[in-house]
Design a protein around this ligand. Structure first.
Ligand SMILES: *Cc1c(COP(=O)(O)O)cnc(C)c1O
Length: 354
């Protein structure tokens, strides 16, 4: 791939890779040797730089710190069985970042800087891409407002940064979720469809309360009626009821997950009957009563598939049956893993090989 964007590169003198225990990769703990930084100033994107990973210097008046113009993406690069490396669905992640930036009135980072920046960074830190099953190099592109002003305003300056870090399996156990009916995550007309920082800061309180009650995560319901399931943490959600895979539509209030989209595509190809429609907590309670619900799981880049063991609805915990290798979630995950590792044909062009 020919680079059309000039990227200046300054390499570290000594890699810190030997400090990392690749057999025990705690999610979010390790960062690779390099990062990419690109500033937007005077109405223009400047030259991107690849530098040794280090602290950034910011003025206390940097607007992002006060008024929350921050947006991120979460993606992964994989080591393929033949030793090559790929970045998964760059284009779709870029489109979503564009939507988030637009909604937050932020300068849209050009596609070449996003894509070529990711390629160059993954190439330079290729040795950081782990090869244990279930592990990957997590990629975190993000942007924030850097103009130095303390009056409330839309920033005229931004910084786009990408860093990466090796990650293992996020969870190995089934999680307990609580259908949340007091707090909300997103309302119609709001920013729920974006990956802007405030969405996560605003969700912590409800999640913390749920943790005190013994749950791992909340299952968000709609802001108007607190009845319809939206998503959970940093994941979209799927259910299997009467053998049918059911997932809520993406909307103004839920994130358009790349994993959700990928798994729905694979479900279609595998002949799994699928319904994209609203699903209420009443319907789920009913399905537990009639023993027709066989699976519930979260889907997102971090865990791919995160199995749920318990769903709490109105103070009652409903237990899901055990899952096995023929469960829908495991069949979907296996198929996706085969595409990413290069063992199954990548007919959708999802893998960008470095
Ligand atoms: C990132 C995220 C998801 C999952 O999206 P993926 O592209 O599959 O990682 C779902 N919901 C929220 C709120 C998220 O932030």
């Amino acid at each position: 791939m020919e680079l059309t964007t000039e990227i200046s590169v300054s390499k570290i003198s000594r890699s810190k890779i030997h400090e990392v225990d690749f057999t025990n990769l705690e999610f979010g703990k390790y960062t690779s040797d390099h990062m990419l930084v690109c500033d937007f100033a005077a109405g223009e994107w400047q030259t991107p730089h690849i530098l040794p990973f280090a602290n950034l210097s910011l003025s206390p008046t940097a607007l992002a710190l006060h008024y929350g113009q921050t947006v991120f993406e979460g993606m992964k690069a994989f080591r393929m069985t033949d030793g090559r490396t790929n970045i998964f669905r760059m284009e779709k992640h870029y489109q979503r970042m564009t939507k988030s930036l637009d909604r937050m009135c932020m300068a849209v980072v050009p596609k070449e800087i996003f894509e070529e920046g990711l390629r160059a960074l993954v190439a330079i830190d290729r040795s950081w891409v782990p090869d244990q099953p279930g592990s990957a190099l997590y990629l975190r592109p993000f942007e924030f407002a850097t103009e130095n002003r303390f009056g409330v305003k839309v920033s005229e300056e931004y910084r786009f940064v990408i860093f990466t870090g090796p990650v293992g399996n996020l969870y190995t156990r089934r999680i307990k979720v609580k259908a949340e009916t007091q707090y909300i995550r997103a309302a119609k007309g709001g920013t729920g469809f974006t990956k802007c920082g405030g969405n996560y800061g605003g969700a912590f309180y409800a999640t913390q309360q749920a943790r005190k009650e013994g749950y791992d995560q909340v299952l968000w319901t709609d802001a108007r009626d607190n009845r319809f399931i939206e998503e959970s943490g940093m994941m979209n959600v799927m259910f299997v009821i009467d053998g049918i895979l059911i997932t809520p539509p993406v909307s103004e209030t839920t994130l358009d997950g790349v994993t959700r989209d990928s798994l729905l595509t694979l479900a279609g190809e595998m002949g799994i009957q699928t319904e994209i429609r609203r699903i209420s907590t009443d319907e789920i309670e009913n399905a537990f009563r009639q023993n027709t619900i066989t699976e519930a799981f979260g889907v997102g880049t971090a865990a791919v598939v995160l199995p749920m063991g318990v769903i709490g609805i109105n103070g009652i915990d409903h237990q899901l049956p055990e899952y096995n290798s023929s469960s829908v979630q495991n069949k979907l995950k296996s198929k996706l893993d085969l595409i990413r590792s290069g063992e199954a044909e990548d007919i959708y062009g999802w893998n960008d090989i470095i």
